[in-house]
Design a protein around this ligand. Structure first.
Ligand SMILES: [Zn+2]
Length: 436
């Protein structure tokens, strides 16, 4: 989905939505059935001599065969004269990354793809392009942008968060027929339902109106009746607990108001909800500054990415240490077995689509995930949580969305920044940034 969006609109989004063991080689096997619609390709591609991280764990060195946009075999794959051979030179091959919390605008999905993010999950956005996004992501035709799944219009109240999204959209009032409201979102193409539960940032900022507990339960129940997951925006522990008690499938941020005790963490675990921490949105631009000083990154940034990363988030005197508190909560949730999914909230608060995932991976490792667990949080874990059956792992039959990096990010996560190549639907991506 690519709604026409100016830089002003990007800024408006950014402010309005701002949040108050190496195993033995795998045996080669043939492509499974249940594959996406195939488009004719340029012939089989053999990516040889790569260390494979398959989305779950490191699998040792081997090759990956790509046929018609899909992974056909992994492991000891003998080269044939029919193959075009790409020599991986012992680099590490990852599944294409999935950013689980973005907001899309013109050019954002192309920016994402150039940094190895081959799939984006939009957590509130303009529904205009959703049918087209759905058509595109089912195809294995050549693509110059990441695939998109989206909540479309989120569920919030008049005067509630987000305050200035840059366009008008329907909101829930006391008179709203909630089942109808959710049915309208599904009809617009929403792949899941985003629910806003936000009663305002910490004082002295004023409180915000938000959904009542009853409305929250009814929205989530309606989403489930329509076969959609419900993902809830909360930033506070009490609201996060209210969301999971009401049946939320996932939380769009980790809570960073207070450190959660064992009871709260256990309750989220029992509820079976996943959490998309988005720690990159509470580092107050530190991760962005780090990217702008990294020569593995800067040659590939588009002007829009540079512009977004250079934003100085407005200071909030006396604000709590959101990053420290949020990271402590991620550590506890992960230790308790709550699925952790990587997401950036780009383009909010000095995050840019695609490249900021490289910041979030670092935050997740500092919060206590192993590098492999952080990479899983950006690949196989979200694929499972959101039911994306054709991607998220390097396995026969899945879409050939792949990222090749120098070094070994399963031991040093920052190696994920050293991107050597990206393939989308089995085709190499031109990483040259657009002029403007
Ligand atoms: Zn967001």
């Amino acid at each position: 989905m690519e709604p026409r969006t100016s830089r002003r609109r990007v800024l408006s989004l950014a402010s309005g939505l701002a949040v108050a063991a190496a195993a033995s080689p795998v045996a080669a096997s043939r492509a499974a059935a249940a594959a996406p619609a195939r488009a004719g390709g340029p012939g089989p591609l053999l990516i040889r001599d790569v260390r494979v991280f398959d989305g779950l764990r490191p699998r040792g060195r081997g090759s990956v065969l790509v046929v018609d946009g899909l992974i056909a075999a992994v492991g000891d794959v003998p080269a044939s004269p029919r193959h075009r051979v790409y020599d991986g030179g012992g680099r590490t091959l990852l599944p294409g990354l999935i950013d689980c919390h973005v907001h899309a605008f013109e050019g954002s999905a192309a920016d994402a793809l150039r940094f190895g993010v081959t799939t984006e999950l939009e957590m509130f956005g303009d529904p205009a392009g959703l049918p087209e996004a759905r058509r595109r992501r089912r195809s294995t035709a050549p693509a110059r942008r990441a695939d998109l799944w989206s909540a479309g219009v989120g569920v919030t109240v008049p005067g509630g968060h987000p305050l200035q999204p840059g366009w008008d959209f329907p909101r829930v009032t006391a008179d709203t027929d909630i089942d109808r409201f959710v049915a309208d979102r599904v009809a617009e193409g929403s792949d899941f339902v985003k629910v806003i539960l936000e009663n305002g940032p910490p004082p002295p900022r004023p409180p915000l109106p938000t959904l009542t507990g009853d409305q929250l339960r009814r929205v989530i129940a309606a989403a489930h009746r329509h076969g959609r997951r419900a993902v809830v925006h909360t930033e506070k522990l009490e609201l996060s607990l209210a969301a999971v008690r009401a049946g939320a499938d996932g939380l769009a941020h980790v809570f960073w108001d207070v450190e959660g005790g064992p009871d709260g963490v256990a309750e989220i675990r029992r509820a079976g909800a996943f959490v998309i921490p988005t720690l990159s949105v509470v580092d107050w631009g530190a991760g962005a500054k780090d990217l702008l000083a990294d020569d593995r990154i800067t040659p590939w940034l588009s002007p829009t990415q540079e512009y977004l990363l250079a934003q100085e988030p407005p200071d909030r005197p006396g604000r709590p240490d959101f990053l420290g508190i949020g990271s402590a909560n991620v550590r506890r949730l992960h230790a308790a077995g709550v699925p952790i999914l990587a997401g950036t909230d780009a383009p909010v608060r000095a995050n840019a689509n695609g490249v900021s995932m490289l910041v979030e991976l670092g935050h997740l490792v500092r919060a206590g995930l192993s590098p492999s667990a952080a990479l899983a949080a950006a690949t196989s874990v979200p694929a499972r949580a959101f039911g994306l059956g054709d991607r998220g792992r390097i396995a026969p039959g899945l879409r050939a969305d792949l990222v090749l990096v120098d070094g070994d990010p399963t031991t040093d996560i920052t190696d994920a920044r050293a991107i050597a190549a990206v393939w989308k639907n089995g085709r190499a991506v031109d990483r040259t940034p657009p002029p403007e």
